[in-house]
Design a protein around this ligand. Structure first.
Ligand code: DHB
Length: 311
């Protein structure tokens, strides 16, 4: 199967990327993703201006039998310069996507100004959807602020930029956010981030499983697949066709990838299952997807992407 896909100036040979935040905090981890089979691109950990230690541990729990996770990492990262240094290395095997975040509008703008002024010409992704910084709301749930940030950013940023969104749950919200996003020259939309603020209780101790925010945190894994598909589908139907889509959420097997493609994803990113299984997950997913293509006699991605059937 020919998996060649293009977003802005970047050509990808496969479908899979690591979800921002998973397996991408250090150069060693980023190198391991680069080296893995079936990888389209390497996503760096969402960077703040300065190094952050993130929230107190325990801040992540996985339930591998159910392919579910909860996290409250709090943006631990080595700082913007560290990741900039990484993506500017000349010997990288795969394309990169530079994930940027900020704890304020001022910091977001300052971080993107730094990226604009740098020699980096690849894709960047603005994360407006981290659910785990105590006291900070998820920006993209505030439509007016999202609009203001994009307006401010696109006044100076002229390299390819995508955006990472939180899940929406109301069809009216899909209309509202798409209307805003369609006004800007976004390269792509990545949907969804973890489902903000679930709560998991350990039945042995009757206690929450994470320390930060009294146990509240972002859900991932199979439990969020239907929400992810709804978001990819709803946004694909509403966004300008030039805005590409990365589908994220609930991918644990080839069929999940196939479903994201049907809903309109151009690339698919893997978070929880990458954390559980490690970087060999991508080759397994590609193999399982190929088996589905063979069974259905599908010979090109065009036959699948966005081709979800309805009654
Ligand atoms: C974190 C969690 C997320 O779900 C995300 O998209 C970005 C950051 C975090 O807590 O570090």
């Amino acid at each position: 199967m020919d998996y060649t896909t293009k977003i802005a100036n970047t050509t990808f040979d496969h479908l899979f990327i690591n979800a921002a935040g998973v397996y991408c905090q250090t150069a060693e981890q980023l190198d391991q993703i680069q080296e893995a089979e079936a990888v389209a691109a390497v996503m760096t950990k969402s960077a703040t201006a300065e190094l952050r230690l993130g929230n107190q541990e325990p801040r992540y729990a996985a339930f591998p039998d159910q392919h579910n996770t909860i996290n409250s990492m709090g943006l631990p990262n080595l700082g913007l310069d560290y990741y900039l240094n990484y993506v500017l290395k000349s010997h990288l095997k795969r394309p990169t996507i530079f994930s940027v975040v900020g704890l304020s509008q001022t910091e977001i703008v300052a971080n993107l100004k730094k990226l604009q002024a740098s020699n980096y010409t690849g894709l960047a992704e603005l994360n407006l959807s981290c659910p785990n910084v105590p006291g900070e709301p998820q920006i993209a749930y505030d439509f007016q602020t999202t609009d203001e940030i994009l307006k401010q950013v696109f006044a100076f940023y002229d390299k390819p930029l995508g955006i990472k969104l939180p899940p929406y749950f109301d069809l009216a919200h899909f209309d509202q956010i798409a209307k805003i996003l369609n006004r800007y020259p976004l390269a792509y939309v990545n949907s969804i981030n973890s489902v903000g603020n679930g709560l998991v209780i350990d039945p042995k101790t009757d206690k929450v499983v994470m320390r930060p925010k009294d146990g509240f945190g972002g859900l991932g894994g199979a439990q969020i697949k239907a929400t992810a598909l709804a978001n990819v589908r709803a946004l694909r139907l509403r966004l300008r066709p030039e805005i590409k889509m990365i589908g994220t959420g609930g991918v644990t097997c080839g069929r999940d990838v196939f479903d994201h493609l049907l809903c309109g994803a151009d690339l698919v990113s893997v978070g929880s299952q990458l954390a559980i299984e490690g970087p060999t997950v991508f080759a397994r997913l590609e193999k399982e997807l190929e088996a589905i293509f063979t069974e259905k006699q599908i010979t090109s991605l065009d036959q699948v992407c966005g081709k979800l059937k309805i009654f």
